[in-house]
Design a binder for this molecule. Structure first.
Ligand code: DC
Length: 223
């Protein structure tokens, strides 16, 4: 099967780009950040102390995740329940970032992610897909942009949703997340040696998509 991995920091646009690319190629998209967020949802709903790795580890056996396709959308079912938009809240973002550093959580999600790529062509985005989850992937991309550009994009998204937030606060939280994601001991955010680096600070969405598509077409025959 063909697999394309797209790793990068928060706000680099990797999920949006991956969604478009997978549609254009007729591949299935998996946003792996949403899996960590789904586990975070379970932890929050069950009132488990997310700072306590042992408690988190114990609850993993009660979690059953499934991916359901609705049109072109990927929905995550947590114990058969559609999580809808809960995944994106600030609370869940904070819990997901914390539990993503636990080995037990990463092990639990590793097989799920690998199984997903076994029998179908995929575009999978995350932090460690090219390095840990699918080290034999057909094409690996590492996408990034300056923290300032990523903060500006995030602010635009928030304003579009009718909310407001301070730019400097967003910039600060992006820098903190970058630090946590790149400095954790297990599976840190890191470019795989054989991944192609794309800095899209000066690109718009369609330019980012086109540049990645041309790399994929160059690397994979008959696509
Ligand atoms: O991409 P995102 O913001 O939805 O990811 C949520 C959290 O999950 C983020 O803090 C990093 C973590 N994550 C990870 O550690 N490994 C992945 N493959 C995907 C996400």
């Amino acid at each position: 099967m063909i697999s394309v991995t797209i790793d990068g920091p928060a706000g680099s646009g990797k999920s949006t780009i991956s969604k478009i690319i997978s549609k254009k190629l007729g591949f299935v998209h998996l946003d792996t950040g949403a899996l960590y967020r789904a586990v975070a949802c379970f932890i929050k709903k069950s009132n488990i102390d997310f700072e306590n790795e042992n408690d988190v580890k114990k609850c993993l056996k009660d979690i059953n995740l499934k991916i359901k396709k609705v049109g072109n959308e990927q929905r995550i079912l947590l114990n058969e329940k559609d999580l809808k938009n809960e995944l994106r809240s600030l609370d869940i973002t904070k819990i997901a970032s914390k539990i993503a550093a636990y080995q037990s959580v990463r092990d639990y999600l590793l097989n799920f992610q690998r199984d997903f790529a076994k029998f179908q062509n995929v575009v999978m985005d995350g932090r460690d897909i090219g390095t840990v989850v699918l080290p034999q992937a057909s094409v690996k991309i590492f996408i990034t942009a300056s923290p300032e550009v990523r903060a500006k994009r995030r602010l635009e998204q928030i304003l579009k949703n009718g909310e407001n937030f301070d730019y400097l606060e967003i910039l600060d939280s992006i820098k903190k997340r970058d630090y946590e994601d790149t400095h954790r001991k297990i599976a840190p955010l890191k470019k795989a040696d054989d991944a192609i680096l794309i800095d899209n600070s000066d690109m718009n969405l369609s330019q980012s998509v086109e540049s990645i598509l041309s790399i994929i077409k160059e690397k994979v025959d008959n696509i």
